[in-house]
Design a protein around this ligand. Structure first.
Ligand code: PLP
Length: 467
């Protein structure tokens, strides 16, 4: 048979193996094909016979070829998948991992003509070319090649501290910042640093389930506390609570900011009960209206607030970069916890991000995206107010990348309506999905990060026909 193998630079065995495997995979060499003998192929390629034998052995080990006495070496089939060894081990995970709430949710938005996926920023507007150039610079200089300070690169922490003062009015010294794998790891570190298993943690209900999961998996007793139009209902926090998790700038998922009165009340409550507060400021850079709300961290005179941020909304979730700003007394413990968890966040990524902030790219990107999201937000809320008054009541929010709207009382469940909308080509989130302990309000969450502004009218026209 005619076997084409072209040898270039690099390992000979690898090349022969790779090219034959590829041809089998593509069906160029169908099952049943007899390959040339190792002696023949070695002679043809001008390599030693041992080289061809080694390549054939690897192909055999992958289940791609088999030698049959009297016939030769045969292609026997596509690479068979490696079977999982399910059910044959006496080992069982801790009971907590059976909890339904810890199941990994569907992370990719369903394919739909119109996409109001929640928590997805505008991928198409991310400056990929610039990011690639910055990463390449890091790779070229070969500086970030070793283990480094687990709390994060001093350069990035410095740039971030400056950025936070300007963009959020938050004053956190670089030494008080830990660079994390997304906001998610910041919750995990907060739990490791502050909680004993069994301690009570209060979270907003409805609220951000990934944070809830983090505290739950750590072994905390996590309690959902209701939210109203002013945010977390502070006087319903259980007395014994050690840590309160809140999203004061833009309550997740409902979207209203926490009122000034509630902020003051929450800080006073924490002081009185000797508790910590984890403030998740995940999308506050995108603020369109009203005067900027001061983060809890900035009005906390007692040092009880741990400030969490993320680049998942401002840049891309796939970068997996976030940060934790901590009171100085917890700094070393948090650094140790990050070290124990993963030794530190990837060096090249941190260096590229530091340059991205220092050279003004982040500020520029934020300005651009703020305008872009504001246009989407305004069009969305105005259309809902004009054409959906009988069915939907949007919740005022001052920014972010999603808008929630309550269904009027006579409407079916948000889950049922969202399923109908998806069938008609509109993907959108539901509020009920984010309930912790109590029944959530019935309504939709419209993420507007993934949908271009000019698609919004058509999307809402389709939705209007469904509800
Ligand atoms: C409330 C809230 N916090 C934090 C995040 C970001 O999480 P991470 O940085 O782990 O991607 C999100 C993203 O969807 C969010 O909605």
């Amino acid at each position: 048979m005619d076997l084409h193998v072209r040898l270039g630079e690099g390992g000979l065995v690898e090349q022969i193996f790779g090219q034959v495997a590829e041809q089998i995979g593509r069906g160029v060499l169908p099952v049943g094909t007899v390959l040339p003998s190792s002696r023949e192929l070695a002679a043809r390629l001008g390599v030693s016979r041992a080289t061809v034998v080694a390549a054939y052995e690897r192909l055999g080990a992958r289940g791609l070829i088999r030698s049959r006495p009297g016939v030769g070496t045969l292609v026997v089939g596509e690479q068979s998948p490696i079977a999982a060894t399910e059910g044959d081990s006496p080992l069982r995970a801790r009971r907590i991992w059976d909890a339904e709430v810890l199941a990994v949710p569907e992370l990719t938005a369903p394919v739909a003509e119109f996409n109001f996926a929640v928590g997805v920023p505008a991928r198409t507007e991310f400056p990929f070319a610039r990011w690639r150039a910055l990463l390449n610079d890091q790779l070229r200089t070969r500086t970030e090649a070793n283990y480094a300070d687990p709390a994060g690169s001093p350069r990035l922490r410095d740039a971030l501290a400056r950025h936070l003062v300007v963009s959020r009015g938050v004053r956190i010294a670089p030494e008080q910042l830990v660079i994390t794998t997304g906001a998610q790891q910041a919750f995990d570190i907060a739990a490791r640093v502050l909680l004993e298993p069994g301690d009570t943690v209060a979270v907003e209900d409805p609220g951000y389930l990934p944070a809830y999961r983090s505290f739950l998996a750590y072994g905390a007793n996590v309690v959902g506390v209701p939210v109203d139009s002013e945010g977390l209902v502070v006087d319903q926090i259980p007395d014994r609570t050690r840590l309160v998790y809140v999203t004061p700038s833009h309550q997740f998922p409902l979207g209203m900011p926490m009122s000034e009165a509630r902020r003051t009340a929450l800080l006073a409550w924490a002081a009185e009960h000797d508790a910590a507060i984890v403030e998740d400021d995940y999308d506050s850079e995108f603020r369109f209206t009203g005067r900027p709300l001061t983060p809890l961290q900035a009005i906390d005179s007692e040092g009880r607030v741990l400030y969490v941020g993320s680049f998942s909304k401002t840049l891309l979730p796939a970068l997996r970069v976030g940060f934790l700003g901590i009171p100085a007394t917890l700094g070393e413990a948090a650094r140790r916890a990050k070290f124990v968890a993963d030794y530190g966040t990837a060096g090249h990524l941190q260096a590229a991000l530091a340059a991205f902030i220092e050279e003004g790219d982040l500020a520029h990107h934020l300005r651009r995206m703020r305008r872009s999201y504001e246009r989407r937000h305004d069009l969305l809320i105005n259309t809902l107010r004009e054409n959906f008054t009988d069915v939907l009541d949007p919740i005022e929010s001052s920014g972010g990348t999603h808008l929630a709207a309550l269904l009027t009382p006579a409407q079916p469940s948000d889950t049922e309506l969202a399923a109908r909308a998806l069938k008609a080509g509109v993907n959108l989130g539901t509020i009920s999905r984010w309930g912790i302990e109590r029944r959530s309000p019935n309504g939709f969450v419209f993420g507007y990060g993934a949908i271009p502004v000019d698609r919004i009218p058509a999307a809402l026209a389709v939705l209007r026909r469904v509800i």
